[in-house]
Design a protein around this ligand. Structure first.
Ligand code: GAR
Length: 194
């Protein structure tokens, strides 16, 4: 008997470079399909990327993201099995975690539990790493629960931070790690290898 199809929805708030790498990685995958990209930000460049890559994409509002709203309905209609957060800013509400228990994954651009929590997003994280004089940073890929950046860690990757590194240089190293590892971790996680 063949295994059931894994259907991923990617949630994004901004540029979507990770979303693009993920979409490309699974393009001809035998079991895993990126079926939908959703954004809370109608201006997100990620929506444009998805359209170019021929992945159905939609923006949603706060209202749509409530329990009785459109988002859960779209996920169900599309038979989404797993949710991937790729630079998504809003807290995931409890009803969604209940609907997708251990089926929501996130990437954070630092070595959690350091530099995580509400408001720790994108460039702010790298500026905080620099200001704290850290000698290393990296990425954390983790399951999502109802608190920001607190679910079980699946993977961490590391970047060295030298004294003369700027937050932009730190960001470049972190982004490289993200693009290299996130699709592969998603593949292993969705197929039950981790
Ligand atoms: C990524 O660096 C991701 O780790 C981060 O947002 C960026 C999105 O970049 N996520 C967080 O900070 C979550 N707290 P992208 O839109 O180019 O993929």
């Amino acid at each position: 008997m063949s295994s059931p199809e894994i259907r991923i929805a990617v949630l994004v708030s901004g540029s979507g470079s990770n979303a693009e790498v993920i979409i490309r990685y699974f393009k001809d995958h035998p079991r895993i399909k990126v079926a939908l990209l959703l954004s809370n930000n109608p201006q997100a460049y990620a929506l444009e990327r998805a359209r170019r890559l021929e992945v159905p994409a939609r923006a949603f509002s706060r209202e749509d993201f409530k329990e009785e709203g459109a988002v859960l309905q779209w996920l169900k209609e599309d038979k989404i099995t797993h949710i991937v957060l790729a630079g998504f800013l809003w807290l995931i509400p409890r009803y969604l975690i209940t609907a997708y228990p251990d089926r929501i994954i996130n990437i954070h651009p630092a070595l959690l539990p350091k530099f995580g929590g509400k408001g720790m997003y994108g460039a702010k994280v790298h500026e905080a790493v620099k200001a704290a004089g850290e000698t290393e940073t990296g990425i954390t890929i983790h399951l999502v629960n109802e608190h920001y950046d607190e679910g079980r860690t699946l993977f961490q990757g590391r970047c060295k931070v030298e004294d003369n590194h700027s937050p932009l240089e730190i960001a470049a190293c972190v982004q490289k790690l993200e693009h290299e590892h996130y699709p592969r971790v998603i593949e292993r996680w969705t197929t039950g290898e981790m």
